[in-house]
Design a protein. Structure first.
Length: 283
């Protein structure tokens, strides 16, 4: 949508219904297999033309706005490809917490590319778009395409997952964040051959969905972060059909059949311990 301040795009969070980590690749990264679903917890990314350069602003002071910012990197790649505009200003209104495994930075980067496409009228082919997205981060291709996806390889091989079980999720972000790099180190995977490509799963009912919820990073954090397991148990006790860690953490999600059930659970899990809680639906 276009506004007087520029082009505004909603950048959704994601949760990992499942996440399997395999051995290291020759480039040092890991192969994964994950079912990822976007949910209605959003940042808002505004893109507008500037006289020169790339300027990034954020409502969250903890988000870097220098050359390490994912939106700035996205703008640099796009402008290198398109040759326009001469300059761009990107404003990020943050709601998705950082270091939570919810993909906020990657989603913001994908939204920045979409904003630049609208701003310039230049639209890369799917192949170029996904290549650009993959250079920015493992989750960026997923957000560039949208919808539920089976992600494999580094996350760049995507297969759409037809979603048949609508859900409401209660996401609980503890006071602490977790480092993805540290999570992989704790997993301790050695080198290994990439797994064969899998078929997109089919979730016919809640039993299928609940049985699929799993995440290798839960064992990685183990005793170092017992709060993760404790929050999972709280969510189950509050009526969640399933609960799991998203990404490498630290956010934990519970899946509910209705907004009423999720609202009731939020009241039961309310704590004065700095945790953040969000209710969202799959989109």
């Amino acid at each position: 949508m276009k506004a007087s301040a520029g082009f505004n795009f909603l950048a959704p969070a994601k949760i990992n219904i499942s996440l399997k980590v395999f051995g290291k690749r020759p480039d040092g990264y890991h192969n994964i297999r994950s079912v990822m679903v976007p949910v209605s917890l959003y940042d808002i990314v505004t893109v507008e033309e500037a006289e020169s350069g790339i300027r990034v602003e954020s409502t969250d002071p903890s988000v870097p706005t220098d050359s390490t910012n994912s939106c700035g990197k996205a703008a640099s790649l796009f402008m290198e490809w398109a040759g326009v505009p001469k300059g761009v200003r990107i404003h990020i209104r943050k709601r998705i917490p950082a270091q939570a495994g919810l993909g906020g930075g990657s989603s913001d980067a994908a939204a920045a590319i979409k904003g630049l496409m609208s701003l310039t009228g230049r639209r890369p082919s799917r192949e170029i778009l996904l290549g650009m997205a993959a250079r920015l981060g493992a989750d960026v291709p997923f957000f560039a395409l949208g919808g539920a996806q089976l992600a494999e390889g580094l996350g760049e091989r995507l297969t759409p997952v037809p979603w048949q079980v609508p859900f409401i999720t209660l996401i609980v972000k503890p006071l602490f964040g977790l480092s993805t790099q540290e999570g992989y180190r704790r997993l301790g995977r050695g080198t290994g051959e990439p797994p064969e490509g899998g078929e997109a799963p089919v979730f016919r009912d809640w039993e299928d969905l609940a049985a699929a919820v799993s995440n290798d990073f839960e064992s990685a954090w183990g005793e170092a972060r017992p709060e993760i397991g404790e929050i999972k148990e709280e969510l189950r006790s509050a009526g969640a059909r399933a609960a799991g860690l998203s990404g490498s953490g630290s956010a934990v999600f519970g899946l509910f059949e209705s907004a009423e059930a999720a609202l009731k659970a939020r009241g039961m899990l309310s704590r004065d311990d700095g945790r953040q809680m969000f209710i969202a639906r799959n989109i």
